[in-house]
Design a protein around this ligand. Structure first.
Ligand SMILES: [Zn+2]
Length: 290
């Protein structure tokens, strides 16, 4: 196919942080420190990425990173990559601390904290839950503008992931806004002081309030998620990262769902956990953390 490679190139982002390619043979393989690379992309994308990473360094307790790992930007193929309007991010190194997108399950809070900042600047973000091919990188492109829409699968997935992992709500991560997701959105927007119950009295109004408060929601998500990237021993001022019982229960549900996907006893095990959680005395304890 015919492609026009953008004339604009860059090899650092966010104020001088080198961008390294980590999709080569060892020692430059995926998740290594990679090798600095010159990427081609439209200037408008570069500017947005610059602003996104600069804000990330400012909000992250670890500050400015040392390396941004990439799987590429302009590639002669269909879609936004072929137009020089897409960038794939594999991970970020701060010293010896690596946030690697493939480690989402083990590092979900930091992952979502970073994604929250990226979403403030870049419209289209495809992540770990979007599909198999995005489990090992964030795909970032300028095909859409930042903001929330209940009909956008990638945005709803992020919302559900954040509600579960950062705000301790139990919601299925299925990319569709239903009663469960809206209930959690109402709770969280109210708890954050962003909207009142009266302002969210219908589904439509709830979606509108979420869209109106999307940037503030992303800020709150970033604050919670990035706090888990605090350097060891940085106790003063850092919010506690110890999960509460509701978060522990949500984690257990996630694990069962992921690990027992095709297991014949999955339903039975899930029901047993449900029964335990719904026992009046356990329920009363859990209610204290709602
Ligand atoms: Zn991509």
């Amino acid at each position: 196919m015919a492609c026009t490679k953008p004339n604009n190139t860059f090899k650092t982002l966010g104020g001088g942080v080198p961008v390294h390619y980590d999709r080569m043979n060892p020692p430059f393989h995926y998740g290594s420190k990679g090798k600095q690379f010159t990427l081609a992309a439209e200037k408008s994308l570069e500017n947005l990425l610059d602003a996104a990473f600069a804000e990330l360094w400012q909000k992250c307790p670890l500050g400015k990173a040392d390396i941004i790992l990439t799987a590429g930007a302009f590639v002669c193929k269909s879609g936004q990559h072929g137009k020089g309007r897409a960038f794939d991010c594999d991970g970020i190194w701060w010293g010896d601390r690596l946030l690697l997108t493939k480690n989402y399950r083990a590092d979900s809070q930091a992952y979502l904290g970073v994604e929250a900042i990226l979403r403030k600047h870049i419209g289209t973000v495809l992540n770990f839950e979007y599909n198999r091919s995005h489990e090992d990188h964030w795909h970032l492109d300028t095909g859409t503008k930042p903001g929330f829409s209940a009909s956008s699968k990638s945005r709803v997935l992020f919302l559900q992931m954040a509600l579960g992992k950062l705000f301790g709500r139990r919601v299925d991560v299925d990319g569709r806004v239903g009663d469960e997701t809206r209930g959690a959105v109402r709770d969280v927007l109210e708890a954050l002081g962003l909207a009142t119950a009266a302002e969210m009295s219908t589904d439509n109004k709830t979606d509108k309030e979420l869209a109106r408060n999307w940037m503030a929601f992303l800020d709150a998500a970033a604050e919670r998620g990035l706090a888990t990237l605090a350097p060891p021993g940085a106790g003063a001022g850092a919010p506690p990262t110890e999960p509460d019982p509701l978060q522990l229960l949500a984690r257990l549900h996630d694990l069962l769902k992921d690990e027992l996907e095709d297991h014949p006893a999955r339903k039975e095990i899930e029901r047993a956990v449900e029964n335990f959680a719904e026992h009046p005395e356990i329920d009363a304890v859990l209610a204290r953390f709602q």
